[in-house]
Ligand binder design. Structure first.
Ligand code: C2E
Ligand code: MG
Ligand code: MG
Length: 689
């Protein structure tokens, strides 16, 4: 290897550092441009790194150049410039590290890490300046500070290169960048090894050309960054397309299939079942009262419930072929192993068990109930939409009839369904246009031998069909989910009647209103009732609320607290149709109601059936023992009235006394009572006896 004279070696070094500085500043501008365009934080840090390397290299080029022109004078200020150059160099290394951290963790490092990095760079520069040997070597840098620079830079870049290689995925870009960092680091260690092991001229050659090698590797790193950016842009686009495709076929909230995908999968299942002599079963699960759940725990809570249900269905032990959410509160699952009706019922009951386990939302624990509707291939059709429609009809039926387990589609259900669909606008119009009217049936008090109140009973004055009784339209109202709206209408009109009586007669005769199950379970019932009292300026004891036994018992805990609140507000509560439900008399004790209404079926059998007399006697005695008053409904004959009076019944309602009547006749009855000097009984008489 030829000897390099000092001038040549300094000239090469000047050129190498100068060219490096120019390139680095160019790279810095390029990276800054890319940062602005692609908004990747690591680009900014690496751009700063190049900006910092630039002056560092420029100073070193200047030092080497000035050593050629005026070797003696260069000595006096070179150590100062060396210190500045090294400070820039370490600052650049800090930026490289910060950029790499940004790229690896995909987020900007905390502020304090940045300050720490800058502090260390400054400290390293100061140490180099004050404590390291400032003597100029043959290649224009002090051996000790040069040694430190190579060591620190080499070690840092090797560590960063290795971590990036492992963490940044398999793309060509990140690999090229990591390999670039690793190469510069390894090159530095090779230079260090050469400084220790080789002779002076070989070291001079190596030191002179290593800067040029660095420029080449940095250029490779820059190319790597550009490839990296292009790759990540392409990946982002691919991910966006995949996400769009996913959303097209999946439910974004729960991650299960959506209706479209279910519709496209069913033909494949059918094909498979046809080839393997299997039956396809489409099971629809409709969450009961999901609207109320949503209103109660908020939309986010409702979302959590849906996610939990989807999770339970996906983990369902019987492994469905697919799980889909086909509308807000309806999930669909499919099976191919259910041959008989009994197997379907068994599976439905397992599903009910799975779904009825409590769901914890925040501090609340919810118990959800679900209706299940089923359709099957080949029995009910061989097209996706047909099977789904029939399962939907079965589900509607299941929800309406409160079927405890499952409804399997049957021929004829469609007609009912389409009739319902036609009925909805008609019923809504009837409500809007006040085609409904309240009839009032008087109630009679045995002790005081006088009128003691009325029950409000709804009628529909149909424009074509005449006056309709509840039996002719209430089932549709229930099935269409309009019960709450109808009850609101009744409550409003009953309250309006009470207000008008107050004005007309100066007093009020109590009116009992029937509450449907959805109304009683409505989470805003208490607020509604408060508003009603304010809006109509009526006293709560004038309004009595009738709920049936099964509604009161269905959710004993909630029901009890609602009844308690209503009682505290001053409303009278009576249990309607008592004796027909499946509660035992023992439950009566726990219900804070003040009246029970014995069902008409007991009354009608009274004369023929001694058993009924015995049961009635026990009921009345027990109710009185618990401080509750008893009214019997459906009394049609003198004998029935006499027996009930003898048994200790407090009040009666029935055709024997009066059928339900129009408001104007009810008012005439009140007027007659008042002429006979009979006043409404004091509220105390209606409370506990
Ligand atoms: P309910 O609350 O048990 O009302 C008593 C029913 O028995 C009424 O039938 C009434 O007309 C009838 N009734 C009264 N005395 C006699 C009698 O001596 N013999 C016979 N055979 N029947 C008698 P209606 O008005 O047809 O009401 C039937 C059911 O419809 C009611 O039973 C109640 O459950 C429901 N309903 C009526 N009006 C409303 C309402 O405004 N809202 C709600 N949610 N349900 C109502
Ligand atoms: Mg009633
Ligand atoms: Mg009744």
């Amino acid at each position: 290897m030829p000897q390099l004279d000092l001038i040549t070696s300094l000239a090469i070094e000047t050129f190498a550092h100068a060219i490096q500085a120019v390139f680095l500043i160019g790279f810095a501008l390029l990276l800054m441009y890319y940062h602005r365009y692609y908004r990747r934080e690591y680009l900014q840090y690496w751009s700063f790194a190049c900006f910092a390397f630039g002056p560092s290299e420029l100073i070193r080029a200047f030092l080497a150049g000035s050593a050629i022109i005026a070797p003696e004078s260069a000595l006096s200020w070179s150590s100062g410039l060396q210190g500045i150059s090294l400070t820039f160099h370490y600052l650049a290394i800090s930026f490289v590290v910060l950029g790499a951290t940004c790229a690896i963790f995909n987020s900007k490092p905390q502020q304090y890490w940045q300050y720490l990095a800058y502090g260390i760079s400054l400290l390293a520069g100061i140490i180099s300046y004050f404590w390291l040997d400032p003597a100029i070597s043959s290649v224009g840098s002090t051996p000790s500070s040069g040694f430190m620079r190579f060591l620190v830079t080499g070690a840092t870049l090797i560590v960063i290169g290795l971590i990036m290689w492992r963490k940044l995925g398999a793309g060509v870009g990140p690999k090229l960048v990591s390999a670039g960092f690793l190469s510069i680091g390894l090159k530095n260690f090779l230079v260090l090894a050469a400084m220790f092991s080789l002779s002076g001229s070989a070291v001079d050659w190596i030191l002179s050309f290593q800067s040029l090698l660095t420029v080449i590797i940095v250029a490779v790193v820059i190319v790597g960054i550009i490839i990296w950016l292009l790759e990540s842009e392409r990946n982002t686009a691919v991910r966006a397309i995949q996400r769009a495709e996913y959303l097209h076929t999946h439910d974004a909230l729960t991650g299960v299939s959506n209706r479209e995908q279910l519709v496209s999968k069913i033909p494949l299942f059918i094909e498979y079942c046809r080839g393997n002599n299997r039956h396809l079963t489409i099971v629809l699960i409709g969450i009961s009262r999901f609207k109320v759940i949503n209103e109660n725990i908020g939309i986010r809570g409702g979302d959590q419930v849906l996610k939990e249900i989807a999770r339970r269905l996906q983990n369902f032990a019987k492994q469905p072929l697919t799980v889909a959410r086909i509308s807000g509160d309806v999930f669909a699952i499919a099976f191919d192993h259910l041959k008989s009706r009994s197997l379907i019922e068994e599976l439905a009951s397992q599903l009910q068990d799975t779904l009825s386990k409590p769901i914890d939302i925040g501090e609340k624990s919810l118990n959800i109930a679900a209706g299940i509707g089923v359709s099957r291939y080949p029995q009910h059709g061989s097209r996706s939409e047909v099977l789904l429609n029939k399962a939907t009809i079965a589900l509607t039926q299941a929800k309406q009839s409160h079927q405890p387990i499952v409804t399997i589609y049957q021929r004829g259900m469609d007609e009912m369904y389409s009739y319902l669909v036609d009925m909805e606008p008609v019923l809504r119009k009837a409500m809007r246009e006040n085609e409904f009217t309240l009839y009032l049936q008087p109630q009679f008090d045995f002790d005081h031998q006088q009128l003691c109140g009325f029950e409000a009973l709804i009628r529909w004055q149909h424009p074509e069909r005449g006056l309709l009784t509840p039996a002719e339209f209430l089932p549709y109202i229930e099935q269409l989910g309009l019960s709450t709206e109808l009850d609101d209408w009744v409550l409003d009109h009953a309250a309006a009647i009470l207000t008008s009586w107050q004005e007309k007669f100066g007093c009020c005769w109590p009116v009992a209103v029937n509450l449907s199950a959805p109304q009683f379970q409505h989470f805003q019932l208490i607020e509604k009732m408060k508003r009603l009292l304010q809006d109509y300026n009526i006293s709560p004891e004038w309004l009595e609320l009738e709920i049936t036994e099964n509604v009161a018992m269905s959710d004993l805990h909630n029901g009890m607290s609602v009844i308690q609140r209503l009682r505290e507000m001053g409303f009278g509560i009576s249990i309607d149709d008592f004796g027909t439900g499946h509660s035992s008399l023992a439950y009566l004790r726990s219900l804070p109601i003040n009246k029970i209404k014995i069902d008409r079926s007991f009354v009608s059998e009274l004369q023929q059936n001694d058993n009924d007399v015995t049961i009635l006697k026990a009921m009345i005695r027990l109710s009185h023992g618990l401080g509750k008053r008893v009214i019997a409904e459906g009394i049609e004959t003198q004998e029935q009235q006499d027996i009930l009076q003898k048994l200790g019944c407090d009040m009666m309602q029935g055709y024997f006394y009066s059928p339900p009547m129009r408001l104007q006749f009810a008012e005439q009855l009140i007027e007659r009572q008042m002429q006979d000097n009979k006043k409404p009984l004091p509220p105390g008489e209606f409370a506990t006896a």
